[in-house]
Design a protein around this ligand. Structure first.
Ligand code: CA
Length: 505
């Protein structure tokens, strides 16, 4: 029977794993392709994750933005043309939940980072089994560069959760600068006492360098001028890592997380006023695109493009409450919410020789799919932990099996500690969401809106109604059974594998 994401059942391989579609033809093709790759290149694949901050679904030209919104993105568009462009790639509603989900293969209600830790707040990735830890055990070199923000406490720092080396800052862009900027924080900048008060808060004001198991050492204090150069410095560091690795046979994971384009943006002087929009956010998009281009060029120069799976994305939807320092999304609402505008992010994969050029798919892909997929590509699936629930599904065959079929049936939406809804095919059922003001369809409100719990679930057809404005439930009751099945399976899994909370406890 022809595959259909709603009608086709999934298979549960183990109690602690998310059930997934089993496309037999695609699985066999992917296996053969991977075996051939190993034979030809004599090396397990490298993985480059290029993760931006608060960049919107629509910012890239290939998603309808680019030059149309005052910031051309030729390099990101080139990746889309030479690889797979996802139109239903999902993050979590804000930075830290998304990053922890990518690094653990688990939804926030399992890894416990329901929201970002701020200003030195305790709690982080400590105690989780992570992608770099697993790949490191499998013989990979593991490098993290740039933004961390999944716990500043020592045990949660990158060098203690599996990375060989880290060069970046431990928190988030605005924490280093907003209290230094008289435009946003005059009451702090012009008060010696309050400046001292912030300086004594328990977060590191510097960007740092650390080696596996060691202490993080300060590189430089992140003032506003220093901040404007961070993405440049981090790009150079990653380029050097790529060059060094080309000299040996060890496969690698490079987790490159940009500073941009999180508010507030102070572009590098090379890019200041250089975008058609001449706005700091747009100038920063130009810089991020150029950095992507430089990393691609370094991979090409060192003959590693064919060895490297590249994943490009952003950690959440645009932050509309900092407008105009914010991004573009065609969807409802923004960062902080579980409306599509909060969690639907750009998702590009490129791997010359393994992923055909010019592919597009609306198949579901979640950040938590990265971990099991990376392990499968490394031929190390048996390292997947069995003492905890893994929400990610192995998407290897979706990426390289040739039939363009996702292995994921459901995407589950979590709004901090509340279960919010589920998507299957083009339908999304939502039970709890942020605010319900018709005006919020234009964008703002991701963090501002009240929590709405609907007495009846709402159902949206995301193809007919990407802005989620027309509840379609009463005419589509036949779908309820599928959604209830998905929701029940997901929520029941927390009975055996209890939820965890690490912030504000
Ligand atoms: Ca973010």
């Amino acid at each position: 029977m022809t595959f259909d994401p709603v009608a086709t059942p999934t298979v549960r391989i183990a109690e602690h794993l998310e059930p997934a579609f089993q496309h037999k033809h695609q699985i066999e093709a992917a296996k053969a392709r991977l075996a051939d790759h190993l034979k030809r290149r004599k090396k397990k694949p490298n993985i480059l994750v290029f993760l931006m901050d608060d960049v919107g679904w629509g910012d890239f030209g290939c998603y309808g933005g680019g030059i149309a919104v005052g910031a051309p993105t030729p390099n990101f568009d080139k990746i889309a043309r030479n690889g797979l462009q996802l139109t239903s790639c999902y993050s979590e509603p804000s930075c830290s939940p998304s990053r922890a989900t990518l690094l653990t293969g688990r939804v926030p209600n399992r890894h416990g980072l329901h929201r970002p830790p701020m200003y030195g707040e305790a709690g982080g990735l400590q105690g989780e089994v992570t992608l770099p830890e697993l790949l490191s055990a499998a013989g990979y070199a593991t490098q993290a560069v740039g933004k961390w923000h999944v716990g500043e406490n020592e045990a949660s720092q990158p060098q203690n959760i599996g990375f060989d080396d880290f060069y970046g800052f431990l928190s988030v862009s605005d924490m280093y600068t907003e209290w230094r900027d008289p435009h946003f924080f005059p009451e702090i900048v012009y008060s010696e006492a309050r400046t001292e008060w912030v300086k004594n808060m328990p977060f590191n004001k510097c960007f740092v360098h650390a080696k596996k198991g060691g202490k993080a050492t300060n590189v430089e204090e992140v003032t506003i001028p220093v901040l404007s150069e961070l993405d440049e410095k981090w790009c150079v560091y990653s380029q050097e890592f790529i060059r060094q690795k080309a000299k040996g046979d060890q496969p690698w994971l490079l987790y490159h997380c940009t500073r941009g384009a999180h508010f507030d943006n102070y572009p590098h002087e090379k890019y200041l006023g250089k975008s058609p929009a001449k706005h700091p956010y747009k100038d920063t998009m130009l810089e991020l695109d150029a950095i992507m281009g430089r990393l691609l060029e370094t991979l090409r120069e060192t003959n590693q493009l064919e060895d490297t799976l590249i994943f490009v994305s952003s950690d959440n939807g645009p932050h509309m409450e900092t407008w105009p320092d914010s991004a573009f999304t065609p969807f409802r609402c923004a960062k902080g919410s579980t409306w599509e505008g909060g969690v639907r992010v750009p998702g590009l994969f490129m791997w010359p020789g393994m992923i055909e050029p010019d592919r597009q798919s609306d198949g579901l892909f979640n950040f938590n799919d990265i971990l099991p997929t990376a392990l499968a590509l490394a031929g190390e699936t048996e390292r997947l932990p069995s003492d905890r629930f893994i929400d990610g599904v192995d998407q290897t065959s979706f990426l390289i099996g040739g039939d363009n079929l996702t292995n994921r049936k459901f995407h589950y939406y979590w709004l901090v500690t509340d279960f919010s809804g589920v998507r299957c095919g083009e339908f999304k059922m939502i039970l709890t969401a942020t605010s319900d003001d018709a005006n919020d369809a234009a964008g703002p409100g991701g963090f501002t809106g009240a929590l709405m719990r609907f007495p009846y679930a709402r159902l949206y057809n995301l193809y007919l109604d990407p802005k989620e404005q027309h509840n379609y439930l009463t005419r589509k009751l036949a779908y309820v059974d599928v959604f209830q099945h998905g929701i029940r399976g997901h929520l029941m899994s927390f009975m055996k594998y209890p939820a965890k909370k690490v912030l504000g406890v």
